[in-house]
Design a protein around this ligand. Structure first.
Ligand code: N2P
Length: 357
């Protein structure tokens, strides 16, 4: 009996030690649920002043981490290990994360500012009823270019980038869907195409653009283009707007063969430790003045109707970044192609990158 009692005491002591050290580990990494909020967002995708304002208004400490592709973000979240309270995936990633059970349904009663979002961006097919995600930014993929470095030439199509005169003058954003989409669209195929012959044709076509590609880069693409280190770049619209703010010689075009229309929404991953604060943060980002300040800072297009109304006309009236419904209807939203096809797109993109070496 005494032995049993001793064993019981030993187990109890070990459990307490384990519990305390795990908690210490969590809080030393800053990942305890307590009064902290861990946000996982794209690089350069929030005005840091707004994070400071949220911390001041709520007393919640924000831990801010970044990713540079939906694929990297999904891998990290599905591995668990790190607790993220709010993340900002794009639509096809949201659909996949929902499927994989990685998201929690949102409590709309805690998001009264949802009324500020333009209904055009609500209830889209990747998340009916916005059960799991709330609009953050939206935009297109296109080409930012410097006519002064191209003898005044105007770029209008993806195929212009294959022109031998573009030798070593192009930068590409480091995204599998974006680059594969460019290859597919340039051939007249859908950027959601899953036909193997079309995909191989797109990759073979991409290989032929290699001499024109100076580099495939992340967020530094903005600095390189603004500093005229390259004449053209395949970028997300908001990056283009920021670059053009730095260098007025540049222009942005959504290629005539078609391109991508995307939506980045805020979600709460299943592993969130502080769901209450996560809702508080999402609601804060939906305040009209917050949404407007954030849009002005990052250069991306806000889905917040009330926020848009207080932005200067030179921003809200710029059709390159706020295209009307007629224009956006001609663009394609990425479908969730499923695990296998997504992996195949990544593989083909990687092969293209290797081909450059
Ligand atoms: C910001 C990246 C925005 C990603 N640097 C568009 N989905």
């Amino acid at each position: 009996m005494k032995q049993l009692f001793n064993a019981f005491i030993a187990i109890a002591v070990i459990s307490v030690i384990l519990y305390v050290s795990i908690n210490q580990l969590n809080s030393s990494q800053g990942y305890s649920g307590g009064n902290t909020l861990t946000i996982y967002n794209w690089g350069d995708y929030v005005d840091p002043e707004l994070i400071a304002r949220f911390e001041k208004e709520t007393g919640i400490k924000v831990i801010y981490q970044t990713f540079d592709s939906n694929e990297a973000m999904m891998t990290k979240i599905s591995q668990g290990g790190t607790t993220f309270d709010v993340a900002m995936p794009s639509e096809y990633a949201i659909s996949k994360m929902k499927e994989d059970g990685l998201l929690i349904p949102l409590d709309h009663s805690k998001l009264p500012n949802l009324k500020n979002i333009d209904t055009r961006f609500m209830d889209l097919s990747f998340d009916p009823g916005n059960q799991y995600s709330i609009p953050y930014f939206w935009g297109t993929v296109g080409i930012v270019y410097n006519p002064a470095m191209l003898n005044g030439k105007k770029i209008t199509s993806w195929n212009d980038l294959w022109d031998p005169e573009m030798k070593n003058k192009i930068l590409l954003a480091d995204g599998a869907r974006e680059v594969m989409g460019m290859g597919l669209n340039s051939l007249g195929y859908s950027l959601n195409d899953t036909n193997e012959a079309h995909l191989q044709e797109a990759k073979a076509k991409l290989n032929t653009i290699t001499p024109n590609v100076k580099a495939i880069v992340g967020d530094e693409i903005k600095m390189l283009l603004a500093n005229e280190e390259a004449a053209a770049g395949v970028v997300w619209s908001g990056d283009a707007s920021e670059i053009m703010g730095e260098n007025e010689k540049l222009d942005y075009v959504v290629p005539e063969e078609g391109s991508n229309l995307w939506f980045d929404n805020m979600v709460i991953p299943k592993t969130a430790a502080n769901r209450e604060a996560a809702h508080q943060f999402i609601n804060f980002m939906l305040e009209p003045d917050v949404a407007a300040q954030n849009a002005e800072y990052v250069g991306y297009s806000t889905p917040n109707k009330e926020g848009l109304a207080i932005l200067p006309e030179e921003i809200s009236g710029d059709e390159r970044f706020y295209p009307d419904t007629e224009t956006t209807e001609k663009l394609e939203v990425y479908d969730n192609l499923g695990k296998k096809m997504l992996a195949h797109y990544n593989e083909l993109f990687l092969e293209f990158k290797m081909h450059r070496k």
